[in-house]
Design a protein around this ligand. Structure first.
Ligand code: ADP
Length: 235
């Protein structure tokens, strides 16, 4: 098991009022999973992704990542854990406009102080995986939305984190381009065994998922596993 969340609650204070953005949520994410959180706006999807991404912490309940209880970590350990375990994909891509495709994908490697000699070939392989080998020198402004999201997918995967978190990754794309991005991520999930967790409104992506959790008012009201994790996978 990659992640276990047990009886999780997250409280926000709105003036005097308490708001439970997560209300007794339990879920399990397996190694190699490809999983969506669905539900209306305000149902708690982003809150849960922020918890899974170690960007925020629970008010109550348990969160175990790869056998480690997150509540017991100090700030430096959480940050180290985030760097080791997580990649992120955003709906607006969040690329650096001044950097070209290669350089944008390289950013996490530079931050982690990895040696260029050790990663150049891997980076080029990943650029090929996302189909951008003819666009190495292009800056984000010279790419379509779909191509920009491909850069972001490669950047999220470049250190091969066990878990990639994607908040509405197809929200700014037309449905055909969005499907193409989902197909790409599913292929990379198979090829590298990387686990993906999505938040989405997009009905078109359901067909790609191994598991779907539906949220309403901070609760998981429905969970559906479509495909056993591991079948046809690299891991
Ligand atoms: P979703 O991603 O499904 O749209 P969110 O997780 O963003 O839902 O929000 C869940 C609930 O928590 C909403 O009622 C939202 O207004 C509230 N909320 C989210 N973040 C904050 C915050 N930083 N402070 C106060 N309330 C928040």
């Amino acid at each position: 098991m990659l992640i276990e969340i047990r009886n999780a609650r997250k409280k926000y204070l709105m003036g005097q009022r308490e708001l439970w953005a997560l209300d007794d949520v339990s879920l399990e994410i397996e190694h190699g999973d490809f999983m969506a959180l669905k539900g209306p706006s305000g149902s708690g999807k982003s809150t849960l992704l922020n918890i899974l991404g170690l960007l925020d912490s629970l008010s109550q309940g348990e969160h175990v990542l790869d056998g480690r209880s997150i509540a017991s970590l100090n700030a430096a350990q959480r940050s180290a854990c985030r760097s080791k375990y997580l990649g992120f994909i955003f709906q607006n891509y969040n690329l650096i406009p001044e950097l070209n495709v290669y350089e944008n994908i390289e950013v996490p490697l530079l931050i982690a102080r990895e040696k260029k000699a050790g990663y150049h070939d891997k980076l080029m392989q990943l650029i090929e995986d996302v189909g951008l080998q003819d666009h190495l020198q292009h800056r984000p402004g010279e790419l379509s939305g779909g191509q920009q999201q491909r850069v972001a997918v490669a950047r999220a995967l470049v250190r091969k984190p066990p878990l990639v978190i994607a908040d509405e990754p197809t929200a700014n794309l037309d449905s055909k381009t969005g499907q193409g991005i989902m197909e790409l991520m599913r292929e990379l999930n198979r090829k590298y065994g990387v686990t993906f967790v999505f938040a989405t409104h997009d009905e078109g992506i359901s067909g790609f998922m191994k598991a779907i959790y539906k949220m309403v008012d901070g609760k998981i009201v429905e969970s559906k596993r479509i495909e056993a994790v591991g079948r046809g996978d690299a891991a």
